[in-house]
Write a protein that binds this ligand. Structure first.
Ligand SMILES: NC(=O)c1ccc[n+]([C@@H]2O[C@H](COP(=O)([O-])OP(=O)(O)OC[C@H]3O[C@@H](n4cnc5c(N)ncnc54)[C@H](OP(=O)(O)O)[C@@H]3O)[C@@H](O)[C@H]2O)c1
Length: 406
């Protein structure tokens, strides 16, 4: 097993990412394609059954074998393991799904560091969301599901060729939609849509500030806000300013020492909403940009991804700050968005998810929303996919294809 040792994490990340080749990622407006990004191929791990390619094997032995990715502990991307096992059978109310696309989310970057606040104990199969086709149903499950394409939000477990899920968790994907594009809209699309329309209630004529406007969530936030008629200021690293401009936002380099002066020049009266996934000390500056009547929407603590210590601490610190700001009589709101809020009421949660994902997929079908896909890689190249997602060189989402040749 290729576990990262203290002090090796950065070095192994660099070697897995090197050379971070921006050209490996598709540029907005350019059709993406399945490809191997530049950089070394992932090393076989002790569970990898070489030499056959999991993707081809999976296609030919779909009913005999499930191929999945295991996160064994706090490891570098190369420490991810590929495991083969006997497929589970769907039980009552369940469906077996042949996974066609699953994504690399920021959450997995945190999980492999043991920094995602409610990740399961190691080892486990990561994978936050998926799109796939039902191949089999359990007793009492509607047999008409078989052969249809669905999306699901799983938090973990989706990096696999086949998964068994409660049928009630499946959200229909319209016919003709590319599975990878649909996948890039599940966690990211629902998150962006809810933050924009349910929490911040952004309207035509508003100005909003989106941090990380080229990212998976950020690029969708920009498009949805533009579709709603808002003006968007989007932060990104300098290499991504053109991509952010192409999405319809005014780009600002987040490393510019005059970042906040520049934002104030663009929005002298403040903005209706700030969407901040970075957290850390910079959240104070984000709140300062919120105009009276506006809202700070915090939805992550990316700034503390590499900070050692209890993963809950930065989250608790952030919550305390937001609560305090929200309580102040300053006419400005400060909220934390959590996609899993309401999960304790599963029926309502499923209904709301189906409605919001349906809205997002509908916007996609009408051409109002185009998910940015940085790369499509076979599941067997998960280490390279993870390294690419973490490289800071890409625009949009890295998508894994468990059955790339079918
Ligand atoms: N709360 C929830 O329910 C929920 C749900 C979904 C996602 N999330 C959170 O959403 C965040 C984004 O996820 P993702 O999958 O979209 O990630 P992603 O695709 O990896 O994008 C990350 C973005 O962050 C930008 N960035 C990095 N450092 C920054 C800084 N100091 N200031 C501003 N931007 C910075 C990157 O810009 P460059 O590439 O230009 O460096 C990139 O655009 C994560 O923190 C994730 O945990 C939360």
């Amino acid at each position: 097993m290729n576990r990262a040792r203290p002090g090796e994490e950065e070095a192994s990340r660099r070697s897995a990412c090197a050379p971070p080749d921006p050209s490996a990622a598709s540029v907005p407006g350019t059709p993406d394609r399945t490809h191997r990004p530049a950089g070394p191929a992932p090393r076989p791990t002790e569970n990898t059954m070489e030499p056959h390619d999991p993707s081809t094997t999976a296609a030919s032995t779909a009913h005999r074998e499930t191929v999945e990715v295991l996160l064994p502990g706090t490891v570098s991307p190369e420490g991810l393991e590929i495991r083969r096992r006997t497929p589970d059978s769907p039980g009552p109310g369940e469906a077996a799904v042949r996974v066609e696309a699953t994504g690399v989310s920021f959450a997995e970057q945190q999980m492999r560091r043991g920094k995602y606040f409610d990740q399961p104990p190691f080892p486990f199969v990561p994978g936050y969301d998926l799109v796939g086709t039902v191949t089999e149903v359990g007793p009492g499950t509607d047999p008409s599901l078989v052969g249809r394409r669905y999306a699901a939000l799983t938090k973990t477990g989706a990096w696999t060729t086949r998964i068994v899920l409660p049928a009630a968790d499946l959200v229909p994907v319209p016919e003709g939609v590319d599975p990878a594009e649909a996948e890039a809209l599940v966690v990211n699309g629902v998150t962006a849509h809810r933050m924009l329309h349910r929490l911040a209630r952004v309207r035509a004529g508003d100005t909003v500030l989106v941090l990380g406007a080229n990212g998976g969530v950020g690029s969708l936030l920009v498009q949805l806000a533009r579709h709603a008629g808002a003006t968007v200021i989007g932060t990104a690293s300098a290499r991504h300013t053109e991509a952010v401009r192409a999405l319809g936002a005014v780009p600002v380099d987040y490393r510019d020492p005059d970042l906040h002066t520049r934002i104030r020049e663009l929005a002298p009266n403040g903005v209706r909403a700030v969407f901040d996934h970075v957290g850390g000390p910079g959240i104070t500056a984000s709140f300062a940009h919120v105009a009276r009547g506006g809202t700070l929407v915090s939805y992550g603590t990316a700034a503390t991804r590499d900070v050692p210590g209890n993963p809950m601490l930065p989250v608790l610190k952030l919550f305390a700050r937001l609560l305090w700001w929200n309580a102040l009589p300053n006419g400005r709101g400060a909220h934390f968005f959590n996609l899993w809020q309401g999960k304790r009421h599963p029926e309502r949660y499923r209904r709301d998810l189906a409605r919001d994902l349906g809205t997002v997929l509908g916007l996609h079908a009408r051409g109002a929303l185009t998910p940015r896909i940085a790369a499509r890689l076979p599941l067997s190249e998960v280490a390279a996919a993870m390294a690419l997602a973490e490289s800071g060189t890409v625009v949009g989402k890295v998508v894994l294809l468990p059955h790339p040749r079918s």
